[in-house]
Design a protein around this ligand. Structure first.
Ligand code: GLY
Length: 383
């Protein structure tokens, strides 16, 4: 179904609803929301007490206006600032965060607020699911990736040495507040990494949206706020629909992992250290998924070419060249994939495609086909 907005301009602030019965919540999208955050946050608080958790990169920009807005509304606030980076999604930081929150003598009626990107959102969500066996939490995502994907849908968790997001919980937030102005302070690499997740929604089931992105990507990357808002709203609407249908990923939600089975293996092998951002891993993983689909005769070379041309045009990686893959083998990557949460009966789940907007979930992929694909990708990197 096409969700591409057709009106000439979208309203400055727009609200979408994730329909999950008594766990339903709003996603509010617009520029400048953080400075007036109390307007949306106060109505979802059980009591006027919050703990804001953020990271050292985000805190200088957005912690003061968020706290000012809440304090003006007589909300009692504490704040905790963690180190920035994927390595913060660890057992060690999880433990230290839980102890710090408990140190503040919180109650079950205290709300945690995650102010930051996907790392902070996933970690704080998992802490909220765990501390006192469950505290309410609000997501205030400040990166494109977290605004269009990780802050919506209630997947929370941390990485382990066995792989990404392998320990966590489903725990829905009470509200998502996506301030599009926050994207102005993102560096281009972070913005692009988030853009890979935006493209994903077009590739899954919305070819019109992909076509719209082909025409408008450069403008939205360069800062056209109206186009950014349209892209974020379209992405969030797509995600809200899938989550409402399949909250716990027993079926359709797995489509949102297009490019992720391969991508997570690349991230695990690079060690989450910044050599490869999650969205970059997803863009390479998506290229691999289209390559595998073409090799299996499912998808045309023309569609595959259109996808790689678009990712390359905006500057996202479409090969492994930036990575040190000298010691990598197909079996090492396959081993990472076999630890994926979606392995069932030892069979990997892949999201493959019959073309742009025609992704599907399959377990019927022979390991040898995947091994041959990875061998070719690794070989072309060593030439
Ligand atoms: N990022 C995939 C999901 O939320 O299901």
């Amino acid at each position: 179904m096409s969700t591409t907005p057709t009106s000439a301009s979208t309203p400055a602030i727009e609200t979408l609803r994730v329909e999950l019965g008594e766990r339903s919540y709003d996603i509010v999208v617009g520029a400048g929301l953080i400075a007036q955050a109390a307007r949306w946050i106060v109505p979802v608080l059980k009591r006027p007490r919050v703990v804001v958790i953020t990271d050292a990169n985000v805190a200088p920009f957005y912690l003061p206006p968020l706290l000012a807005s809440l304090r003006d509304a007589d909300v009692q606030c504490d704040a905790i600032t963690l180190p920035a980076g994927e390595q913060t999604k660890s057992f060690a930081q999880f433990e230290s965060l839980c102890e710090s929150v408990l140190e503040l003598r919180v109650e079950r009626s205290t709300t945690l607020i995650a102010l930051g990107g996907g790392v902070i959102g996933d970690l704080v969500g998992y802490a909220a699911a765990s501390i006192l066996r469950g505290m309410p939490f609000v997501q205030v995502p400040t990166t494109l990736l977290s605004q269009v994907d990780s802050s919506v849908g209630g997947k929370t968790g941390i990485n382990t040495r066995h792989g990404k997001n392998l320990v966590g919980a489903f725990c829905q937030p009470k509200l998502v507040l996506a301030d599009t102005a926050a994207l102005n302070s993102l560096d281009r690499r972070q913005l692009m990494a988030g853009y890979a997740e935006v493209v994903k929604y077009g590739l899954i089931d919305d070819p019109d949206f992909f076509e719209w992105l082909e025409a408008n990507a450069q403008a939205l990357i360069d800062g056209d706020m109206d186009k950014r808002r349209r892209a974020i709203l379209t992405s969030c609407a797509a995600k809200a629909r899938v989550v409402a249908e399949d909250e716990l990923e027993s079926g359709k939600r797995a489509l949102l992992n297009l490019g992720h089975t391969f991508g997570h293996a690349l991230e695990a092998e690079t060690g989450y250290g910044g050599a490869l951002l999650h969205g970059e891993a997803v863009s390479i993983g998506t290229a691999m998924a289209f390559d595998l689909s073409q090799r299996l005769g499912l998808c045309s070379g023309q569609d595959r070419g259109r996808v790689t041309a678009h990712f390359s045009a905006v500057g996202l990686p479409m090969d492994l060249r930036a990575l040190d893959t000298a010691k990598w083998t197909a079996d090492i990557l396959l081993d990472h994939m076999s630890r994926d949460k979606k392995v069932e009966d030892g069979k990997l789940t892949f999201v493959l495609t019959r073309g742009i907007g025609a992704a599907f979930i399959t377990r019927d992929i022979a390991a040898n086909d995947v091994r041959a694909l990875l061998d070719d990708w690794l070989a072309s990197n060593s030439r």
